[in-house]
Design a protein around this ligand. Structure first.
Ligand code: ZN
Length: 60
């Protein structure tokens, strides 16, 4: 089994992990009700997509 020859230093480990930050998901606004929704998704609040009612949102 392959074994690392040298211990990975704190500096090397931190340099490697500098690329692992998670990015914030950017939210768009619904054109109908102005709720924050992910882009290219049907609005969960009013069921609209691209200015048209696509899905019925029930109150039950
Ligand atoms: Zn909406």
């Amino acid at each position: 089994m392959a074994v690392p020859k040298k211990k990975t230093s704190k500096m090397r480990r931190r340099m490697r992990r500098s690329h692992q930050a998670i990015t914030k998901s950017c939210l768009a606004r619904c054109s109908h009700c102005n709720a924050a929704i992910p882009a290219h998704r049907i609005c969960h609040n009013c069921g609209h997509y691209a200015g048209k009612a696509v899905v019925e949102v029930g109150e039950a």
